[in-house]
Design a protein around this ligand. Structure first.
Ligand code: ADP
Ligand code: MG
Length: 243
């Protein structure tokens, strides 16, 4: 596979508003963990949805993991090995943690009950939430609900996992916990692309950054290079101090 992600001339519009406008973005494979940053409303989540194949562009083409997915349906894209998490966790609140993960494990795979059980247990362990497995998700703290999001993301055994603001609202300890989880996923060979505001987490994880501003991709490259560019400092904070 040459490229992890290749967007060419991608535009997504909501009514008259172009959420992303004629974006050309290539992410090579094996560039480490990728962070997508930028101000609110810049188009980051929309870009993630396009890569996940959930949002179809008005114009342009989308390739992920070496496959053209511009018009592919989401079930096919899941089978190709792409999964995503959402900024606002969306667990089924009337189900337990375990059931939430089980639903995702069995959604796209024909598994025996024993296989589904084993895979669910393994994911609970990996995320460090085996102790909470039998609790209903509705009343759980945000940090656990964020972990359930990630658990559901890896339930389909993706090659590429797209994460939308997985650190948002977490305490410093919870951030470090999640950093370690993502490091382990990275080590296991899952490619990670994170939309993220929490730069102190990204600095620990990401090798490559992509910067969006007002629907445009304005910079991409190694983390330090991107964060030190004047263009990015201007866009990100409106003034030239390090973001
Ligand atoms: N479902 C939607 N309906 C209408 N407008 C949307 C929708 N999703 C995003 N937008 C608009 O598109 C722009 C980019 O949004 P988004 O991709 O969510 O930005 P970010 O994730 O960088 O904050 C914003 O102006 C936002 O209001
Ligand atoms: Mg967003």
């Amino acid at each position: 596979m040459a490229e992890l992600v290749k967007l060419e001339g991608v535009t997504v519009a909501f009514g008259g508003v172009k959420a992303i406008d004629n974006v050309n973005l290539t992410i090579e494979d094996n560039v480490g963990i990728v962070g997508i940053i930028g101000p609110n409303g810049a188009g980051k989540s929309t870009c993630l949805s396009v890569i996940a194949g959930a949002r179809k562009p008005k114009t342009g083409s989308v390739e992920v993991l070496g496959h053209k997915i511009t018009k592919a349906d989401t079930a096919k894209i899941t089978r190709l090995g792409v999964a995503r998490t959402f900024q606002i966790p969306r667990p089924f609140t009337e189900m337990t943690v375990r059931e939430n993960i089980m639903v995702a494990v069995t959604a796209n795979h024909r598994l025996s009950n024993a296989e589904a059980d084993a895979r669910t247990d393994e994911i609970l362990e990996r995320l460090g939430i085996a102790n909470q497995a039998e609790l209903l998700t509705g009343a759980l703290p945000l940090a656990v609900r964020k972990k359930i999001e990630v658990a559901r993301g890896i339930a389909t055994q993706p090659k590429l996992l797209l994460l939308d603001e997985v650190f948002e609202g977490l305490s410093d300890t919870e951030i470090q916990d999640m950093v370690q989880i993502l490091r382990d996923l990275d080590k296991s060979g899952i490619r990670l692309v994170l939309v993220e505001h929490v730069l102190r987490a990204l600095r620990q994880l990401a090798s490559t950054l992509v910067v969006f501003e007002k629907g445009q991709m304005i910079a991409t490259g190694p983390v330090d290079e991107v964060l030190n560019s004047d263009r990015v400092k201007d866009a990100y904070l409106g003034h030239r101090s390090t973001p």
